[in-house]
Design a protein around this ligand. Structure first.
Ligand code: 1BN
Ligand code: ZN
Length: 430
């Protein structure tokens, strides 16, 4: 893929020619039939699963910050203006620090609480470094958060969770990242600089997507670690944020998975396995107006799947693993019922072996996301996502999606599970 490429209509029209649309519609009978599609902050979404009584919670979020229509998007502040959004606006920093300090005293020895906004490695003294620490126990959705720290890198297969958290904070510091914005351009520069520094081979796919808001320039960034054979293991994250909500910086949706993937690239680009490992940073996942209408979503992943189909590379893909919203405290990842059983089993078995069966739980759900264009083309694909709890807490697609909702420990654990799952895939497809 070259630079400055204008996507052929064929590539995006694959997504709208029926394959992708059918896939998304097919998923709906499993969802909350009583409520149907819901509007959250001006964007209409498909219904959610029943399992956690979410239909009611789905409408939460308050309509006060709805911004609709072209020209109503607020002017983007200068980058420095966004520092405050690294913490929730509803919890002033001083009070949250006092609260955290009290929590540290109360739970002495359990929580290691740094004064810095980027917690460093924990020293829990736990006899089982893989076991989840007690620091997240008892926290309910919406409650103030105890600071968690990343496990030392040698407890998570070499993955440096503190560094990943710094990447997340950096992305958030650029402000909102809707497609073609100043914030996303700064994010692209940052992602590319980090990947180059890690020695990754890079593809930059600049394309244009036809959206309800007109033709929008977008960019996928693909880091490639070549393998000795022909196979490809494809890891995905999106890095854009929702354009329709003012002051939405998306710490969890989507900086957490993007920061994690940047840090994973440091390890993966230094390795050569039987299969190549590609890490795609995707633009344009979020809807501009209505997720459930006119394929107004997943522009970047549809572009990538279409391009790889045209080039013949798609046939070489053994598995796709998407990570999205993986940094929450009290993380709960559900199996994906639309994904192949063997791929769910491989990842969940790996998580169980590492001691994280309380995070990778056995319930199933179905989520529409960037893995869909690959499933629709017959490629085994999985979404590692915790969407439901974030909706219940009232943070999803709101200005409350800030750095204080992201746990370096959760990010590190998901990275560890994905890295080990990549090793399992390498063994399976050697
Ligand atoms: C995930 C994060 N998604 C958007 N931001 C995808 C999605 C959209 C999942 C609608 C469920 C409903
Ligand atoms: Zn989102």
């Amino acid at each position: 893929m070259g630079r400055g490429y204008m996507a052929p209509l064929t590539s995006l029209s694959f997504g709208s020619s029926g394959i992708v649309g059918r896939s998304l519609r097919r998923a709906q009978p499993q969802m909350c039939r009583t409520e149907g599609a819901r509007e959250v902050l001006g964007i209409v979404y498909p219904p959610l699963p029943r399992w956690a009584n979410l239909c009611r919670a789905y409408g939460a979020g308050g309509a006060g910050s709805i911004r609709k229509g072209a020209g109503e998007t607020p002017a983007l502040p200068k980058p420095g203006d966004w520092a405050g959004f690294q913490q929730s606006q509803t919890a002033p920093r001083l009070w949250s620090k006092i609260w955290l300090a009290s929590a540290v005293v109360a739970l002495s020895g359990v929580v290691a609480c740094g004064a810095s906004n980027a917690p460093s490695s924990e020293s829990s003294g736990s006899s089982n470094p893989s076991a989840p620490a007690a620091s997240s126990a008892g926290q309910s959705a919406g409650a103030p958060k105890l600071a968690e720290v990343a496990p030392p890198a040698d407890h998570t297969g070499g993955f440096d969770g503190a560094k990943a958290y710094e990447h997340v904070a950096k992305l958030v510091s650029f402000g909102p990242r809707p497609p073609a914005s100043d914030g996303i351009h700064r994010s692209q520069e940052y992602i590319i600089a980090q990947l180059k520094a890690d020695g990754c081979e890079l593809d930059q796919d600049d394309f244009h997507a036809s959206t309800p808001k007109g033709d929008i320039a977008m960019k996928n960034i693909i880091a490639k670690a070549p393998g000795t054979g022909q196979g490809i293991i494809l890891l995905l994250t999106h890095y854009d944020t929702l354009s329709s909500v003012a002051n939405f910086v998306g710490a969890e949706d989507s900086a957490s998975s993007t920061g994690m993937m940047i840090e994973m690239a440091r390890q993966l680009c230094a390795k050569k396995g039987p299969n190549s490992v590609w890490m795609a940073f995707l633009d344009g996942e979020e809807a501009f107006v209505n997720w459930d209408q006119d394929d107004d979503h997943t522009y970047g992943s549809r572009e990538l799947a279409a391009r790889m189909a045209v080039s013949g590379e798609l046939k070489r893909v053994k598995a796709v693993i998407l990570a999205d919203m993986i940094g929450q405290y009290n993380l709960k990842i559900l199996r994906q019922s639309d994904s192949p059983k063997w791929l769910n089993d491989l990842v969940w078995k790996t998580a169980g072996r590492l001691g994280y069966q309380d995070i990778f739980v056995s319930d199933s759900t179905q989520t529409s996301d960037d893995h869909d264009p690959f499933l629709a083309r017959g490629v085994p694909a999985l979404d590692i996502i915790d969407l439901n709890d974030y909706i219940t807490a009232g943070y999803w697609h709101t200005p409350q999606d800030t750095m204080d909702k992201v746990s370096p420990r959760s990010v590190a654990i998901v990275a560890y599970v994905i890295l080990e799952s990549v090793d399992e895939l390498q063994k399976k497809f050697h």
